[in-house]
Design a protein around this ligand. Sequence first.
Ligand code: HAM
Length: 419
Amino acid sequence: MSYELVRGMNDLLPEEIAWWRCVEDAIRDVARRYNYREIRFPIVEYTELFTRGIGEATEVVTKQMFTFPDQKARSLTLRPEGTASVARAYLSHGFQTSAPFQKWLYLGPMFRYEKPQKGRYRQFHQYGIEAIGSLDPSLDVEVIAFAWTLMSELGLGGLSLRLNSIGCERDREAYRRVLRDYFADAIGSMCADCQRRYEDNPLRILDCKQPTCQSVIAAAPGPMEHLCADCAAHFSEVRNQLDRLGLAYEITPHLVRGLDYYTRTVFELLSADLGAQDSLLGGGRYDGLIETLGGPATPGVGFAGGTERLVLVLQERGGALEEDRVDLFLASVGDEGRRRVLDLAERLRRAGCSVEIDHRGRGLRKQLAMANQLGARYLLVVGDDELRASRASLKAMDTGEDENIALTAEAVVQRIQGA
Ligand code: HAM
């Protein structure tokens, strides 16, 4: 019997982890500078959190959730995204009364039952930020600026920021009516999903990817024409501030995002390197979500991006990352050499050096080949001569230079760490 990977789920092998760490380090560093603090929440939540929070009529809830009963027949779901869980955690810990303004960062696996393809998986990873507790347009702009800063520091070009406002709940109600009127004549010839969306939430029709539905959708009115005075003023201020920061955007009237909690500002960042369909990241405001989940009216804004997609774009853009290299390979000859090397390796590791030794009884020639393969920065061989003299030559592998040093952990550390 052979075991296969579950479809749409990936192993991340050590070779790839350098890219992941590079991306995650950059995210954490940007978060530090914008003062977003990391939070970790469970991978599993009660299903109702997502059906309520994300919306019964969304693709994520109707088609993509991994849902299963626990031993007591309660319905659990593997988290398909982080925003609903963040809102739940905010309420679970009473932040609405103790410290209502919070800025959080999260990183971790999410699960959606989608058709796997490049950049789209069933277990994927998101990095995301959520800023809860203020309606101020400066917070929308901060969240967008965070995304731009991250991408520009990772050296990504060919980016476009799509921006729209879908208004408050009342504006959306009005807009849904406008869409129902607009699609009324054509809906009979549209796909079955659109026909269902027409009844449940006609906004979702705008997310349809079916080629046959596109011509009708292309001419549909946008939500911006139906914003109330407050939402229009909010959006105009978001745009002014983005302009002032020199952050370029395209107003995209049909951008409504696939999750029902959004209000007002919505945005997506696309990369030319990823293909037109897929966004690098997406987000927006969700001023009604916390109230929907039983809390007080509390606004929020945030975004999340797929880590796999970011890594893909960086890898495709080329350039190699500094490989993980060990500082030192300690080769040995004979039993006494081997014992000495074990002892020395242990001391050096405690002093902060990365050290590899042979564990398979290999001869010197093979040990030297291992040192090369590992990209060791230094090589030191301990055999009878070295033991007798209590000195050994430390070879800098990049330059080939040898230096004769005392055979002590202190001397080795000094050379390696001083270099
Ligand atoms: P979303 O647009 O559903 O938004 O997902 C955000 C990002 O996650 C996408 O832009 C994409 O990069 C990545 N992503 C989504 N599905 C997959 C998949 N199957 N495979 C690989 N990557 C994927 C949200 O999840 C919202 N919670 C974002 C947000 C935060 N809005 C406000 N705050």
